[in-house]
Design a binder for this molecule. Sequence first.
Ligand SMILES: Cc1cc2nc3c(=O)[nH]c(=O)nc-3n(C[C@H](O)[C@H](O)[C@H](O)COP(=O)(O)O)c2cc1C
Length: 164
Amino acid sequence: MSAALQHHAPEPAHFREAMGSFAAGVTVVTVCHEGRLVGTTVSAFSSVSMDPPLVMVCLKRDSRTLEALSQAKMFCVNILASDQGDLAYRFAKSGADDRFALTAVEAGVCGAPLLAGATAVVECELHAAHDGGDHEILVGRVLRVLTDETKTPLVYVRGGFLNV
Ligand SMILES: Cc1cc2nc3c(=O)[nH]c(=O)nc-3n(C[C@H](O)[C@H](O)[C@H](O)COP(=O)(O)O)c2cc1C
């Protein structure tokens, strides 16, 4: 092991520091619930299974998006492009009701909004929900994917977006 690595108990500051070293893509998870568009920024996203095609997202227990998703049982994972950092912050802003105001959207097959300019979109129906401590782990069965290979993905690492 490298002599430069320091041991720490997994208390919040060091746990965050370690996790922040893992470069992640950035998504906006969207839901349409009772005609209302809901969505938030999520980097805790991963593929899970190829057959059947499954993905997962983790949402904080107090997330308004989690509440809507649990009821609608359908959602889109919009994988953001490198020029969508502002959009990522807008969809993360606490209590904001105008998150969709500046963004063109269209309804996907699952009814949830697709965000214009994303590098890819994964449309899902809710397959399972699991306990994840102060987050809920939501597994989605993939219904359809959309891709735009001309876009470069947005990358979040150590609390900021990577300049590409
Ligand atoms: C880059 C980035 C990544 C984030 N990743 C997550 C995540 O994976 N899960 C989560 O619950 N919140 C995540 N957040 C925080 C939420 O976007 C934020 O708490 C938001 O206000 C929740 O909105 P809601 O209550 O309307 O769902 C992230 C924020 C940023 C800026």
